[in-house]
Design a protein around this ligand. Structure first.
Ligand code: SF4
Ligand code: SF4
Length: 339
């Protein structure tokens, strides 16, 4: 089996697994909230949904780092955020390209749009530039808000009713989607059909953080001009619309480390992925990994992410310790407010 084919299959396998896991977690959340609201069967809430609460995770991370106190209400939010950040520091924005279900959906819509319209679209360069800054503004807002919060305020929020019911609120948000939210979601879906990574590229503050961390990564994707046959396959396959065929190395926070470019390149040695600095003009030599080691890069990325999650599970830092009795009263109140 070719290393590049193996990488593509591995990525599809990981993305499919995560999507199925999210569907399962969504169903379990529905059942567990239903138990409290409608006296359905008792089902433990799935910790994996905490991955959709990154701002609370950031607050928990700050509290943990500054005081040593680890949030017990939604601990998996800290674990998933930390694992995503670590993956990004090591493997570019690899969480977005390999793990994030929103990234997977975004890419699937983009590919579907390509099939429907027979081509991919690009926004005007200056519109694209200004729109990309939106996600950094959102990141700056959330990061500054959390950074400026005192330890006492953080602890009060993480032990308060809003955070305790954050997962139930998320479920109720989608169950009782407002007209405004429906229009925004429809706009994002339509935008994703036309433009690669529409949500991720322009609006996702989580992706903005991981992209900036990815700039620290020792991982390099480089193009050897002598081996490149200028077929453009890498650009066509790139969901981040990076002009790979005009670059010697990919150094941008938009690259999500998906390796679709490397996997789809037909010219041996033209595109390579590895760690460390390349000798100038001699891609493929004296590297820790060669092009074929793209598979190893992918395996390491997956191992780091699931390794962190497994370690958290094994050490009791994953499942919520929120008391069910209090939870019942709190989400009943949430439902009242929704009405
Ligand atoms: S896919 Fe490979 S050969 Fe084709 S343009 Fe990109 S780097 Fe060059
Ligand atoms: S440059 Fe390659 S690894 Fe980066 S986003 Fe584009 S296709 Fe994926």
């Amino acid at each position: 089996m070719q290393a590049n084919t193996a990488v593509t299959r591995l990525r599809r396998g990981v993305q499919t697994f995560i999507m199925l896991l999210c569907l399962w977690a969504g169903w379990r959340l529905y059942l567990s909230v239903g138990h409290f609201l409608n006296n359905g069967p008792a089902v433990p809430g799935p910790a994996a949904v905490d991955g959709f609460l990154p701002i609370g995770g950031l607050m928990g991370l700050k509290l943990w780092l500054s005081t040593g106190i680890f949030d017990r209400v939604h601990p998996a939010a800290i674990v998933i955020l930390s694992a995503a950040m670590l993956v990004s520091v090591l493997f570019k924005k690899g969480f977005c390209g390999w793990i994030c279900p929103v990234g997977t959906l975004s890419e699937a819509l983009w590919k579907t749009g390509g099939k429907i319209f027979g081509r991919h679209f690009k926004l005007n360069r200056s519109v694209d530039y200004w729109l990309r800054s939106v996600k950094y503004l959102l990141l700056a807002f959330f990061a500054l808000t959390v950074l400026l919060m005192s330890t006492w305020t953080l602890a009060a929020f993480l032990n308060g009713p809003y955070w305790a019911t954050a997962d139930a609120r998320m479920l109720l948000f989608f169950e009782h989607l407002s007209a405004t939210a429906a229009v925004v979601l429809a706009g994002l879906v339509i935008g994703s059909l036309f433009y690669g990574n529409f949500w991720c590229r322009y609006f996702c503050p989580y992706g903005a953080l991981l992209g900036l961390l990815g700039l620290l990564s020792p991982a390099r994707i480089t193009r050897d001009e002598r081996a490149c046959i200028h077929c453009g396959a890498c650009v066509k396959n790139c969901p981040a619309s990076i002009p790979i065929d005009k670059k010697k190395a990919i150094r941008t926070p938009e690259c999500n480390g998906c390796l679709a470019c490397v996997a789809g390149c037909p010219a041996p040695g033209a595109l390579t992925v590895g760690f460390g600095k390349l000798p100038a003009g001699d891609a493929g030599k004296d590297r820790v990994f060669s092009r074929k080691a793209a598979f190893l890069y992918a395996v390491l990325l997956i191992a780091v992410f699931f390794g962190v999650v497994s370690a958290a599970m094994a050490t009791g830092h994953w499942a919520s310790g929120a008391p069910p009795a209090g939870y019942r009263a709190l989400i009943s109140l949430t439902r009242v407010f929704k009405k």
